[in-house]
Write a new protein. Structure first.
Length: 99
């Protein structure tokens, strides 16, 4: 059961691998993210294989550019409620936002 269901909150789930966010959506998320925007990019094996460094994702424009090219680098889940976006880790953050 998802946290949204548990709390009785309506939710729309968007699978980023099937429907990657477009540029305006990414910019909206970056503009409304309560977390540091640099945390929106996963630093995983794909990040390393691409030869990326923290300097490559230091600004909003860089983050949007990288995520447009490689959506799988987006940290997830991203949870949006109203005009607030958060990265839903740890899960208690999602509960706090949706409660």
């Amino acid at each position: 059961m998802s946290i949204a269901e548990e709390l009785g909150a309506g939710a729309t789930v968007v699978n980023y691998s099937k429907t990657p966010p477009d540029e305006p959506t990414l910019r909206w998320i970056v503009d409304h993210l309560e977390d540091p925007i640099t945390t929106l990019v996963r630093r995983d094996a794909v990040f390393a294989k691409m030869g990326l460094t923290d300097d490559d994702v230091a600004t909003a424009d860089q983050i949007v550019s990288v995520l447009m090219k490689t959506p799988r680098l987006m940290q997830r889940p991203v949870v949006v409620k109203g005009s607030v976006a958060i990265i839903g880790r740890p899960k208690d953050r999602v509960r706090d936002l949706l409660a």
